[in-house]
Design a protein around this ligand. Structure first.
Ligand code: AHM
Ligand code: MG
Length: 336
């Protein structure tokens, strides 16, 4: 009987979120509508990524993004799709995208109460070789009864209402937290629907994998150097950790959720704030990691306590299994 139930009782992402919302009497379905527009964007990107080679979408669009990196056609396309989907949802007031230098303020007639920060297509160096890439997003609520300003976006990550990512990998996986745990959904291409496949994701307390771009080791600080040295040559007689590094944050963090361990993009002498962007990379992933029972640390503080001062601010980040992050925290504390 249970096998039958699995086949006929499909827990789609919309149904899941409606269920969650029914527990809050004041919820009016606005969040469900917003989320369905984000999901539409992800389905579009998934389909575009899958046919990128065929459709000759790959290649440079001849533009550079705000960080001065070359923008690929797929990045541009994905950004356009997300911005249009989010504006047309009628539920957003401010959008911050990695691809746009300025925030988008939604015109009053289409305005809603949510702020969405997102990286429409992260892991751009992996596009041309078909390795996993992803979309990352975070959602804030605007303070009511006044004109939205940039200050509304520069909130600490702990104020986020929800966060998630979609990974375009061997399957298309959507991972979401609305502040009560983390759940994963997999796209059934024949239905065009995300179905709950990974209920209540919990990151293992300790892991056997570390994930970092070790090519930057020459420029690392003391605690990071020591931590990675310990991963390879443990002093307590335990076995060394394995190294896994895709170079797509979504893929590296997704693996960390499922298998445990630690993902780090530390500061180095050349990039004192690391590489990853606070609002739409560090915050959403840190929010999800805490919701899954792990930790996220900047080298100085809990990542979600950080208060960004500009839209595209960067921060070092160490996130993953609770005990693995404890170790790096101890090394930074000892370095003070
Ligand atoms: P991008 O926004 O240009 O795609 O850069 C972000 C990506 C992350 O997905 C990943 O964690 C990191 O850059 C990898 O950087 P590096 O190539 O320096 O290791
Ligand atoms: Mg990116």
């Amino acid at each position: 009987h249970s096998a039958d139930a699995q086949r006929t009782d499909l827990m789609t992402i919309t149904r899941f979120v409606l269920n969650e919302q029914s527990k809050q009497p004041e919820a009016r379905g606005d969040f469900t509508i917003l989320l369905s527009h984000i999901v539409l964007g992800c389905k579009f990107v998934c389909s575009a990524v899958n046919k990128a080679g065929l459709a000759k979408l790959i290649g440079l669009a001849g533009e550079t993004n705000v960080q001065g990196e070359e923008q690929k056609k797929l990045d541009v396309l994905s950004n356009d799709v997300f911005v249009k989907a989010l504006v047309s949802s009628g539920r957003t007031c401010i959008l911050v995208s990695e691809e746009d230098e300025e925030a988008t303020f939604v015109e009053p007639s289409k305005r809603g109460k949510y702020i969405v920060v997102f990286d429409p297509l992260d892991g751009s160096s992996n596009i041309d070789c078909g390795v996993s890439i992803g979309t990352i997003f975070g959602i804030y609520l605007v303070k009511e009864n006044r004109e939205p300003t940039i200050e509304d976006v520069l909130q600490p990550g702990k104020n986020m209402l929800a966060a998630g990512y979609c990974m375009y990998g061997s399957s298309c996986t959507f991972v979401l937290s609305t502040g009560s745990g983390v759940n994963g959904f997999t796209l059934d291409p024949s239905l065009g629907e995300f179905i709950l496949t990974h209920p209540d994701i919990k990151v293992p307390k300790k892991g056997k994998i570390y994930s970092v771009n070790e090519g930057n080791a020459k420029n690392w600080d003391g605690p990071t150097t020591k931590y990675v040295e310990n991963c390879k040559f443990p002093k307590d007689g335990s076995s060394p950790k394995s190294l896994r590094y895709v170079g797509s944050m979504v893929a590296d963090v997704h693996r960390t959720f499922l298998y445990g361990g630690i993902f780090l993009y530390p500061a180095d002498k050349k990039s004192p704030n690391g590489k990853l962007r606070v609002l739409y990379e560090v915050f959403p992933m840190s929010f999800l990691m805490e919701q899954a029972g792990g930790q996220a640390f900047t080298g100085k503080q809990r990542a979600l306590d950080l208060v960004p001062t500009k839209l595209h601010e960067r921060s070092p980040i160490f996130l993953g299994s609770y005990e693995d992050v404890e170790e790096i925290k101890a090394l930074y504390a000892a370095d003070q």
